[in-house]
Design a protein around this ligand. Structure first.
Ligand code: FES
Length: 169
């Protein structure tokens, strides 16, 4: 997990590559999110200071687009594909099963920071629809029942010295 100071430094480096022009707001936010996984409040203030625009304006723009996240991703970031093939094959049911199992809604991160949930557009393996992805690992041809099964090792998280779970072995 990145500290506030590291985050501020990373944002500073990103800002250093841009001109102080309002048209750079979205690309800046995109780059910050790509680097940190989300956009912290402090980063929005840094961006506002850099562009000479009120922080509330940056917040307004950032929250208008649902591509931006304002909470850190969970250790096991879970994505459900909702592209056409996956949607037609029952992606919505997979998403609902995950929301039930994880106790969080799309776009949220669990309080313990273990899981976060996101819906994404086609990830390029439509033949395996519907698919979900946990921490970069693709799970094909999902059903709500399989969701429960797949999550078991992540939930149990047999601790090892390196902090990985049974599911990651
Ligand atoms: S639509 Fe889900 S992988 Fe293409």
């Amino acid at each position: 997990m990145i500290t506030e100071e590291q985050g501020s430094q990373a944002v500073g480096e990103i800002l250093g590559r841009y001109k102080k022009e309002k048209k750079n707001l979205i690309p800046l936010l995109q780059e910050i999110q790509a680097k940190l996984g989300y956009i912290p409040k402090a980063a929005m203030q840094q961006v506002a200071g850099f562009l000479g625009t009120p922080a509330v304006e940056v917040w307004g723009v950032a929250t208008f687009y649902n591509q931006f996240r304002f909470v850190p991703l969970g250790k096991y970031h879970t994505m459900v594909c909702m592209g056409t093939a996956c949607h037609l094959a029952g992606g919505r049911l997979i998403l609902e099963a995950l929301e039930r199992e994880l106790g969080i809604k799309v776009g949220e991160t669990a309080e313990d920071g273990k899981f976060s949930l996101e819906r994404v557009a086609c990830i390029g393996c439509c033949m395996l629809a519907p698919v979900m992805v946990i921490k970069g690992r693709i799970y094909p041809r999902m059903t709500p029942f399989k969701v429960e099964e797949v999550l078991v090792p992540y939930k149990q998280e047999v601790s090892r010295k390196d902090g990985t779970s049974e599911a990651e072995r």
